[in-house]
Design a protein around this ligand. Structure first.
Ligand code: UGA
Length: 442
């Protein structure tokens, strides 16, 4: 919404939320999320044509166009638990829109919904006849955290789906005109609403599938003395494949990939497409396996016991440049290591606050949170690189080595360190998908 406000000074944008605390932070200098470049955009528009408020009824009444961006977590109860999307927030919002509207509106699904949600939405809106017309559009978001502002300013594409009726197409044109203020028209795709909803889930499944594919190959590389980065380079230079999203990792995280794939799996099962569901579910399965494999490797290498060993996690967020820890592989790894009786120290430039919440039930003698990476690592037996923060590339590894218990280990779950140099300093280095560099006897 901030990027729309910035590029469309002729529109007034109001963001409403039930959380007083969150709105207060949006109105302060301490924004509730960390996202590079966001502060500047907010500073340029807030109070001019961008407003934050908890007055939801007024927000609904005063607007002609409403973007619904409530969360749609995975259902944790009843039919479809663990897979289907929980639509209760969305339904509540649709009912509020109905209740407070006294004029016609265009209502846009911005959250990621399962396919056919718009139909249910449309039914709610037509259930009461108060003379207002509601047109439902789908406009899925493709931004990635950490690069959100850039992704919004220069999107590969913007997708707008509508019902194939005259009023549907008219509403679609209104939304297309908003984006056309800064996005070239050739990049604004229109489609029927079901293709639009499905495209969002499928995009994420394809992206995640690339990571699961390269992660599966990383294991094979370790067995065959191939190097996964060399393989990814060779494969990615085929222009039909492309080079991005082929970085082997300790596993993908984030609030979207797993949830969206499980949604697709649920949809397939709903339509009795069991083979297809199994295929898609494999993307998530390999991802879980990759995290387990990382932990198992640490145990094997460190003489089959982690009991009372101190292990420092470099990074906790699900990727660099964000403080978001939802579904981060770090949670699984931290819990797995604590399950082996290791003592863990977590360091991260932006995610420590969330990490404390994620691990609040952990034994406080087993886990600590330290901002400074040099302080965090001192006295540790091993470093596990979990997040690809740039700062970890540039630390003084000689100084770090000197402060650690020997033999000192590095498990690079992101392949971002200079492995050869670390080995020469004295570390035993275990990258992903490459031959280990170890001073120990096999
Ligand atoms: C993802 C998609 O990239 C966005 O296009 C989409 O809009 C968004 O989900 C969403 O549905 O809202 P995001 O989850 O923010 O965005 O982050 P990604 O950059 O996709 O990274 C996801 C995970 O994959 C991270 O844990 C990342 O470290 C990991 N990853 C990414 C790899 O392990 N290897 C790679 O090569 C790339």
């Amino acid at each position: 919404m901030a990027v729309i406000a910035k590029n469309c000074p002729q529109y007034k944008v109001t963001v409403v939320d039930v959380s007083e605390e969150r709105i207060a932070r949006w109105n302060s200098d301490n924004l509730p999320i960390y996202e590079p470049g966001l502060d500047e955009v907010i500073a340029a528009c807030r109070g001019k044509n961008l407003f934050f408020s908890t007055d939801i009824p007024r927000g609904i009444k005063d607007s002609e166009i409403i973007f619904v961006s409530v969360n749609t977590p995975t259902k944790n109860f009843g039919i479809g638990a663990g897979m289907a999307a929980d639509l209760q927030y969305w339904e509540k919002t649709a009912r509020q829109i109905l209740e407070y509207s006294d004029s016609s509106k265009i209502v846009i699904e911005k959250s990621t919904f399962p396919v056919k949600t718009a139909l249910a939405m449309k039914r709610i809106f037509s259930s009461v006849k108060n003379g207002c017309q509601f047109e439902v559009l789908s406009n899925p978001e493709f931004l990635a955290e950490g690069t959100a502002i850039k992704d919004l300013e220069e999107p590969d594409r913007v997708l707008v789906g509508s019902m194939e009726t005259d009023s549907g197409r008219r509403a679609r044109d209104v939304l297309v005109d908003i984006f056309a203020n800064w996005v070239p028209r050739g990049r604004i795709l229109t489609s029927n609403i079901w293709s639009c909803e499905l495209s969002k889930l499928v995009s994420n499944a394809f992206l995640a599938q690339r990571i699961s594919s390269i992660n599966a190959i990383s294991h094979l590389c370790e067995k065959t003395d191939a190097d996964v980065e060399e393989v990814a380079l060779a494969v990615g230079m085929d222009s039909r494949i492309g080079s991005r999203f082929l970085n082997a990792s300790v596993g993908f995280g984030g609030s979207c990939f797993k949830k969206d794939i499980l949604n697709l799996v649920y949809l397939c099962r709903f339509y009795h497409l069991n083979e297809e569901a199994d295929y898609l579910e494999g993307i998530v399965r390999i991802n879980e396996y990759q995290k387990e494999r990382f932990i198992r490797n640490m145990i094997n290498v460190m003489f089959n016991t982690l009991s009372n060993k101190r292990i420092c996690l470099f990074g906790f967020s699900f990727k660099a440049n964000t403080g978001d820890t939802r579904e981060t592989p770090a949670i699984t790894i931290a819990r797995g290591l604590m399950g082996e009786n290791a003592e863990i120290v977590i360091t991260d430039p932006k995610a420590l606050q969330n990490a404390r919440i994620d691990l609040q039930d952990a034994d406080p003698r087993k886990v600590s949170f330290v901002e400074d990476p040099y302080d965090a690592v001192a006295g540790s037996h091993a470093i596990a690189v979990v997040t690809e923060w740039d700062l970890y590339r540039h630390l003084d590894y000689q100084k770090i080595y000197d402060s650690m218990v020997k033999p000192a280990f590095i498990f690079d779950g992101r392949n971002i360190l200079d492995h050869r140099r670390c080995f020469e300093i004295g570390f035993n280095v275990y990258p992903l998908g490459k031959t280990a560099l170890s001073h120990l006897e096999n």
